[in-house]
Design a protein. Sequence first.
Lengths: 111, 345
Amino acid sequence: MDTAQIDAQTFDDLQANAGAEFVVELVDTFGEEAPLLVNELREALAAASAERFRRAAHSLKSNCSTFGATRLAALARALETDGLPAGPDGIDVLAAELPPTLAALQALARR
Amino acid sequence: MADRGARLLVADDNKVNRLLLTRTLELQGHRVSSAENGRVALAMLRAERFDLLLLDMEMPELDGFQVLEQLVADAELKDLPVLVTSSLEGVAHVVRCIELGADDYLPKPVNPVLLRARIDSSLEKKRLRDQQKELVRRFATSEVAQDLQQSGFALGGRRVDATVMFSDIRGFTSLVESQSPEETIELLNTYYTLMFDAINGQGGVVNQMIGDGLMAIFGAPLPLDGHAHQAVRAALDMVEMMALFNAERSAAGKPAIRIGIGIATGEVVAGYTGTQARATYTCIGDTVNLAARLEAHTKDAQRDILIDAATAAALPADLGRDVLGAVVFKGKSAATEVFAVVLPR
């Protein structure tokens, strides 16, 4: 259960490749997009659309991997592969993990 | 290779991915646009010229597979290099992408070093393909190039009804002897430029250039309505262009150039002859031989444009022609009816 929240190597590589200033903006963009994706998960569940659900989880996982947000990425991967859940518990857990992850990313970006 | 960068399009529905990929590619020296789904990507590809597409395979509305299918079906876009990015696991997906025309597959998350290598490689392949197409166009007419691209190359011919034209410069040999080689080549190039213009303008295809001799076909490799009439119109244009050219020459104190044109209409065998390694598109048959004979006869007949009976019969009544009577040409037992086209005053 002790997956480090952010993988430092991945984040460092990202800054090295794309530039530190750009990564600040990218983290901010993720900060805007991630809640929208969580919303999408909830709506997909309400509409009982497995495809929409999978796609939203996949996008979240993909973005988390980009930043090295490993714990959040693992949660998203589970949602992606397990298919449409019976209830919103999985989404709630992920949603709860989002703000601290974003905060950690913001901190790293502005370091 | 990265001096000017290429024009790239990134298609990905995920905003963070789109921004990062765009940024990575711009840092590598390219000019990048982005699209958030397949539909927008296709619209942008049709509106503007791109050198390469980076395509995410899992987008809403039109998915990556559907985009690939549409690209292959589009004559303008089927040669566009496409790199697909996806975290789809499994060999089956990769194989399907390649079958659908993708140049390469990049797993997500995209490694910047691998991305650069694959893009450079794809762009280089495209550049070589374009160079090849350009070469074919340079040595064959665009009609033949198109024919080659569509049907592929095969030795062999087919019978078609067409009109064949031969043209050359009268007294060319003595002309060559009277001027420098540079002047001769310059003259030939100007002559060819004018003749090509006149012939292409009436739907004809210049088939061969041998010294100052030129052979053109109307009606092959692509069919042409009223090919006999078009050929005669081209001949009249050629004579008119030479008249203008000669006005310039005499102003520069140079002698005038006279051309002779022979035109015959009938069945020809058209196709690729030669060997698998080296071939040329050509027409053969009686009609071709007759056109050549008519052209040679222009000297004796003292007329610029000579045509056969079949060509004359296909012309509108108001296109003036004089009956020169029957001539026995070398290699033919029967005499041939020869007509001379009346030049406009």
